[in-house]
Design a protein around this ligand. Structure first.
Ligand code: GLC
Ligand code: MG
Length: 688
């Protein structure tokens, strides 16, 4: 496959990149280089081509005037001449767009072979890609990197520019074959809020990080900060962000300045882009830099705060190492952060983090478990979280260890694998209508199908050979997360998706994955989520799960003491609130509408495919599978099941597999299928 990554803004070139040299030279360049290098390493990619604007501005680098920059035998940056050779920042860039598009279409049009797919970065590139598709038929995928919709809520008054941006993003979402987001927040809340968004096109793909030279050297970092710091080996509180207001760097300096503990025990290092002097760059940058210097001055932080003018990629890596070595903390205090790549970099270096709870960091920190989330509007919360990490040795150790261990999966090769799966899906010709299945396997996902690559592969082969078996997922996860796992574990494409603990069902209709509204209407009766929240509010050991785990028909909590499920049931009953309480893995507690759950959803899907109940098989491993394994005549419990459902093994309808994970599920299907055929044969003999 020949893949193009298209981005219009910033100084896009091969490393070393001078990040922050212009306002638009930011994280998307790391993303594009990481993405395209990994794609170029793959055997199934013939060419990875980055396309951007050509401009002639020696101060920003002579390379930007070059038509081509080869970074490897299959990796090239190609620069298109729009006729205007000046470097253009955001506003001016849109005026140049029509000319750029025309030049790009002309350039592609004269090639012998067209690229197969364009990956458009930001909505302006998506607009270009849409026109390229109209002219030449090349489909495109869109990655937003940051979305305007969220900013609207933070704005005091409506702004025409922002409305224009949101409309453009909405067109990008409408036109793209697939939209790739990094975090759950971005995929499930931010993107989903756009009118043109369709859930089946949204894919979560976690970007990689640069791991080279993690650990080791610190000399060039010391060289960078020592002119500022009296004692450079004190714990480093590190922040890295472009100098724009939403990154909230001035508040971090305030928080640091007002905390006696931090002033005494730590150093603060702020890398806020690159500058020639405090007057250089755009107005917002000057404003932020002035704010930083002013706060440092007001709190008399001389000798304790470093804010270097420039830095190299190497120095950034070494600063993470220095922060780890001095038992420091990485802080991202942004007012809103779409993803937060630096938090993953910090994790890889073993640096615990304090991060904004608005946006992507919520799920990065949730998954990597390497730090604390704070309200970016609260100086005291920011300061207290940093204080806790630098003073509590055990907490620091745990976070440092978790970050290193849990971030190992996050790499660009994994990203490229996922990207190619999506690319194949969007470039494949439409598949023929699948025949109605004779049997259904309704299977839980986590630990029932996931956990072992070989088993997952074998169950995939089973479904490929046994076309009469329809495959249905039934999971506690959201639809976006369920699809990510099915993709990453290379499981077969399900006929239907039962998600969020049997409160949502998604099916394909006219090539589009859509919510089954009949089911939603059926379970929505007698559902009072706010009354539930109020009734359970003061139970001390019941902590709500992250905001994106709260779904239209599902309230989810962590239960931190045993017997919690019974307490919650009592509490709801005494308030006269009808609801089901589901307890899984000793700790996860869901409250659902009385009529919902995996069993109810399984029944609904079986009726939809017109498959009789005795032809339905169900597999699971934990508490939220209990109703389904009880109701199903051909139930399978995998060997690695959770203790809370162990008693189900005594039921005659349940087969307890010797094997674990997908291999256990497959063992169960074969055993239950055999038993069921024997029963059928016996029944026909009796009636004969
Ligand atoms: C999944 C969901 C979580 C739920 C759990 C148990 O992990 O993401 O919200 O509590 O399943 O049903
Ligand atoms: Mg499970």
């Amino acid at each position: 496959m020949h893949i193009v990554s298209l981005a219009l803004g910033g100084c896009l070139k091969g490393e070393p990149v001078r990040y922050g040299i212009t306002e638009d030279t930011g994280g998307h360049i790391t993303y594009i280089l990481g993405e395209m290098e990994a794609l170029a390493r793959r055997g199934d990619v013939e060419m990875a081509e980055v396309i951007t604007r050509r401009f002639d501005d020696p101060r920003l680098g002579a390379i930007h005037a070059e038509a081509e920059e080869w970074l490897g035998p299959k990796l090239v940056i190609r620069r298109i001449d729009s006729g205007n050779r000046r470097y253009l920042a955001k506003e001016a860039l849109s005026a140049d767009r029509a000319a750029f598009t025309e030049a790009l279409i002309a350039e592609l049009g004269q090639r012998e072979r067209l690229p197969d797919l364009i990956h458009a970065h930001f909505a302006d590139a998506a607009d270009v890609a849409r026109k390229v598709e109209d002219a030449l038929g090349i489909p495109f995928i869109y990655t937003a990197h940051s979305l305007g919709m969220d900013k609207r809520m933070a704005m005091p008054a409506p702004s025409a520019a922002l409305e224009g941006r949101i409309a453009e993003e909405n067109r990008a979402i409408a036109g793209a074959r697939a939209i790739i987001g990094s975090s759950r927040d971005e995929c499930e809340r931010q993107l989903a809020a756009y009118p043109s968004a369709r859930i089946g096109k949204i894919h979560r793909l976690i970007p990689g990080i640069d791991r080279s030279a993690a650990g080791g050297e610190i000399s060039s970092a010391i060289e960078l900060v020592s002119p500022f710091l009296r004692e450079p080996m004190k714990p480093v509180v590190l922040a890295i962000a472009r100098p724009v207001h939403k990154k909230n760097l001035v508040r971090l300096v305030e928080a640091f300045g007002k905390s006696p503990t931090l002033r005494e025990q730590c150093n603060l290092v702020v890398l806020a882009g690159l500058r020639d002097d405090l007057q250089s760059g755009e107005a917002e940058q000057q404003d932020v830099l002035r704010g930083l210097v002013d706060a440092i001055d007001r709190h008399d932080l001389y000798g304790k705060v470093a804010y270097p003018k420039s830095h190299t990629r190497q120095q950034v890596k070494e600063l993470y190492t220095l922060a780890a070595r001095t038992r420091g903390v990485f802080v991202n205090p942004a007012l809103t952060e779409p993803y937060g790549l630096t938090l993953v970099e910090a994790a890889a270096h073993g640096v615990p983090v304090v991060a904004t709870k608005i946006g992507g960091p919520q799920d990065i920190v949730g998954e990597l478990e390497h730090g604390l989330l704070v309200d970016p509007g609260s100086e005291s919360e920011i300061a207290e979280a940093i204080e806790r990490l630098v003073t509590d040795r055990r907490l620091w150790e745990t976070c440092s260890h978790n970050g290193q261990a849990n971030s190992r999966e996050v790499n660009w090769d994994a990203y490229a694998g996922g990207f190619m799966a999506i690319a194949r899906q969007v470039t494949a010709p439409a598949t023929a209508l699948r025949p109605r299945p004779a049997h259904l396997l309704v299977s839980d996902l986590d630990n029932t199908l996931t956990g072992c690559d070989r088993g997952a592969l074998r169950i995939g082969q089973f479904f490929q050979r046994q076309a009469q078996f329809g495959f249905v997922i039934a999971t506690g996860r959201s639809i976006v997360e369920a699809r990510r796992l099915v993709r990453d574990w290379k499981l077969p494409d399900p006929r239907a998706w039962i998600t969020s603990v049997g409160t949502e069902i998604y099916v394909e209709r006219g090539g589009d994955l859509v919510l089954d509204t009949d089911y939603a209407d059926g379970i929505g009766y007698e559902w009072h989520p706010t009354a539930i929240d109020d009734a359970l509010d003061d139970l001390p050991d019941l902590i709500p799960q992250a905001s994106y785990e709260q779904r239209p028909f599902k309230r989810s909590y962590f239960a931190n003491s045993p017997g919690m499920a019974a307490q919650v049931e009592d509490r709801l009953r005494s308030h006269g609130i009808p609801a089901r309480v589901v307890f899984s893995h000793d700790r996860l507690l869901d409250v659902l509408p009385p009529m919902a759950g995996k069993a109810a959803a399984m029944g609904h899907v079986a009726r939809m495919f017109d498959v009789p109940v005795e032809q339905v098989f169900a597999a699971g491993d934990s508490g939220n599978d209990e109703d389904m394994l009880t109701a199903c005549q051909n139930a399978i419990m995998v060997g690695n099941h959770a203790a809370e459902i162990a008693a189900l093994a005594r039921r005659p309808n349940v087969y307890l597999a010797r094997r674990s994970h997908a291999a256990g599920t497959l063992e169960g299907i074969l055993a239950q299928h055999r038993a069921q055929r024997l029963r059928e044969r016996r029944d026909t003999r009796i009636s004969a």
